[in-house]
Design a protein around this ligand. Sequence first.
Ligand code: ADP
Length: 516
Amino acid sequence: MPYTTLLRDVFGFDAFRPGQEEIVRAVTEGQNVLAIMPTGGGKSLCFQLPALMRDGVTVVISPLIALMRDQVRALQAAGVGAGALTSGNTPEETDAVWEGLEQGTLKLLYIAPERLAAGSSLGMLRRVGVSMIAVDEAHCVSQWGHDFRPDYLRIGELRRALNVPLAAFTATADEETQAEIVNKLFDGQAPASFLHGFDRPNIHLAFAAKDQPRKQILGFAAARKGQSGIVYCGTRAKTETLAQALREAGHSACFYHGGMDAEDRRIVETRFQQEDGLIVVATVAFGMGVDKPDIRWVAHADLPKSIESYYQEIGRGGRDGAPAETLTLFGADDIRLRRAQIDEGLAPADRKMADHARLNALLGLAEALSCRRSALLTYFGETASNCGNCDLCDTPPEVFDGTEPVRMALSAILRTGEWFGTGHLIDILRGNATDKVRQRAHHELPTFGVGKAISKAQWQAIFRQMMGFDLIRPDPERHGGLRFTQNARPLLKGEAQIQLRKDSITAAGQERRPAV
Ligand code: ADP
C-alpha cells in the first residue's frame, strides 16, 4: 500500500509534515536511521507508518509510560495491532500482549526501557520475528544529559542480539549527544542522519485575499511567463477552466486531476518533467511523483486543507535551491468549504477537532500580522526570526484596533441567536431593512445599523478575519449559521482587544466598487 494511503486512512493526515516523508522512506527500507526533529514535529509517525509497511513487529522503546499508553490507545483506535509492556500493566494486559505477539497480530510493541533488563524479554523477542527497533527520546542514552536512563545502554545489546535495523529519534540536536547516540546505539557505525532544518529559505511566501481569483492567478502567471509552475485548485472542474484561461492568455498550460485516466495523467507528468515553462493546473492528486527541481512558482487558487498540505505543496517549488515564488489565495468561501468538508466527513469527533485545529493553523498563517515564515516554522516546532523573503517582511501589514467592529459583529450574532450567515448579519449591521430582516424583526435590534460606516466588502473582510482567528464558525446543523467559539468570549465580555489587518480590508473595499 502506498505511504499516502496509510497516512490518510490510518493516521487521518492529508500530507506529511516537513522531513517526515524522507525519514519514513529510509526507515521502511530498513536503513539504520538517526532523525532529529523538534518536539511536536511528528516523530512518532516516522516509525509507526514504517511499522505497518514492514513484515513482523516493530519494537518501540520509549521512556515515558503515559506517552506510550497514549500512543498504543490511539493506534488501537485506528485499528492497528499495538501493545505495551510496562510496569503499569495489569497481568491481563501483559497476557494479551504476549498472546498478540505469539499470534502475530501485533505490529507495534512498546517496551519500557527497564523491561530490557529483565532477560526473559529477549528470548521472547527473538522468537516472534522483530522487524526493527525504534527508539524514542534517544538522547536518554547520553550519560551527560539531564535525561540519562541507564537502561537505554541495553538497547545496543538488543539490536545486536536481534540483528535488525534501528531508528533513533530525538529533539536534542547538539553534536556531542548525536555522537553518543551513534556510539551507544549503532556501535559507532554512521546511520542515515536526518537533521536538517525545515526551512526552505529560497521559497518566497505570499497570501492574498481572494477577490477575483482568475484575474489574480492570471496576473501572477503573467509576471512569470515561460517559467514552470503549478496552480493548485480545490475542484477538478476548476483545473480545466483555469488551464483553458491560461492557454488563452498565451501560456503553455494543461490540467491534471484524479478523474483523468492513468494514461492522460502520465502524459502530463512526462510533459511537465521534460518541457520548460509548462504550467500544470491540478488538484492535490498532482505532486506525489513530481520530482522536478526547477519549478519556479506554485500558486493556490483555493485554500489548501491544512498547514501541512500547504507546506508540502509549496515545497514542490525551488528544489534546486534557486528562488521560487508562491501565492495562496483565500476567502471566506474557502473557509466555509473546508469546515464543511471536515464536519460532513466520516471521521470520529476527536479527529474532526484535530482537523479543525490544523485548518485554524493555516488560517492563522493566512492572517498573520508579521513574518509568515517564522509563523510557519514556529508551527512545526522550529524557531525563526524575520526571514526577509515573504510578503509580510516585504511590506509589513498595517493593523488597526478592530475591537469595536468585531464586538458589533459578535453582538449581531448573539442577538440573532447564532442562526445566520454573513450576508444577513451584514444587512443588520449596515442597517439594510431587507425583507428577511423585516420578517424577523431584526430592524428593531439595537445592533441594527450600528456598522453603517463600514462598507459591505469591509464587513466581509472583518468576518473572514474573525473566522481566521477562529472566533466564529459556521454550524452545519444550522445551515452554516455562524456561532461563537470559546475564543470569542473574552472579546464579548470586553476583556480583550483585537488587531485586524487593514490591507485585506482596503483590498476588499476596492474589489466591490460598483462597475459604473
Ligand atoms: P513529537 O514526538 O515529534 O513531539 P508527535 O509524534 O507526538 O511529535 O506529533 C505531534 C503532533 O503532530 C501530534 O498531534 C500528531 O497528531 C501531529 N502530526 C504528526 N504528523 C502529522 C501530519 N503529517 N499531519 C498532521 N499532523 C501531524
